[in-house]
Design a protein around this ligand. Sequence first.
Ligand code: BDR
Ligand code: CA
Length: 311
Amino acid sequence: KRKVIIDCDPGIDDSLALLLALNSPELEVLGITVCSGNVPAKLGAKNALKTLQICSSLHIPVYVGEEYPLKRELVTAQDTHGDDGLGENFYEDVNEAKFYEGGVDFIIDTLNNNDNVSIIALGPLTNIAKALMKDKKAFNNLDEFVSMGGAFRIHGNCSPVAEFNYWVDPHGADYVYKNLPKKIHMVGLDVTRKIVLTPNIIEFINRLDKDMSKYITEITRFYIDFHWDQEKIIGCVINDPLAVAYFIDRNICKGFESFVEVVEDGIAMGQSIVDSFNFYKKENNAIVLTDVDKNKFMSMFLKRMFNGYDD
Ligand code: BDR
Ligand code: CA
């Protein structure tokens, strides 16, 4: 099993990513850390607990980390994910289950006390940047780092050029690209925009009739309405589960190595600059994913989540 920390901001698609990870036998999820992004961090941590409850995984600890981006004011995405971050279903808090404080220290301690821990980051990179600032050496033990974020040849989703996670905390994102001792697997909008959970897939999920079917249907309804209102897309783009799927199976996305930096302010704030022509002559710090096998993803997603389904 591969040991992982999932750093996230749940969030509807973060929750789907957690469900996928927790139903994947290849992964041992050591803990979930949360920062502010889609919703303020403490609300995100509660949402992580709700998702853990759905798949009977409340033994996995949830830690709240940074509540604000490094320098910018916090801008959440509650228009996209709902006021509660889970599509305005306003589920009751999970009985007894509590999240812990100290997400940044959890990341550092886990790296220091284990070999070969990987991090899958599904939100702004604030927790990771803070952990790097506090104990860079701990990251020498890091195995792999996957970040859902950025955009290479595709329009942004927060500005013409910026993707949400890097736009919320551009300073955090840039710090991580400049300081992480490992190459970052950048699972950006180029690949995630191709992953759409359509109403017919949701209908299929309902026919499989598991507890998870109800949860997935409920949390995605608001998100589907948002996609229709904003972009006339039928269904919803689910970004974060692709990062988990790619971590498990490298054949799901393909890309190339490059130097990447993130624009910290100004009109292009949050843009991931991918030097694919090597103009800057800098050492590659990223693997930028550009192609995705969406059928492979969807079949993995459905098989993992719903035992008994086989394509
Ligand atoms: C990213 O932004 C968030 O709204 C999603 O959870 C995802 O991590 C996509 O840009
Ligand atoms: Ca997210």
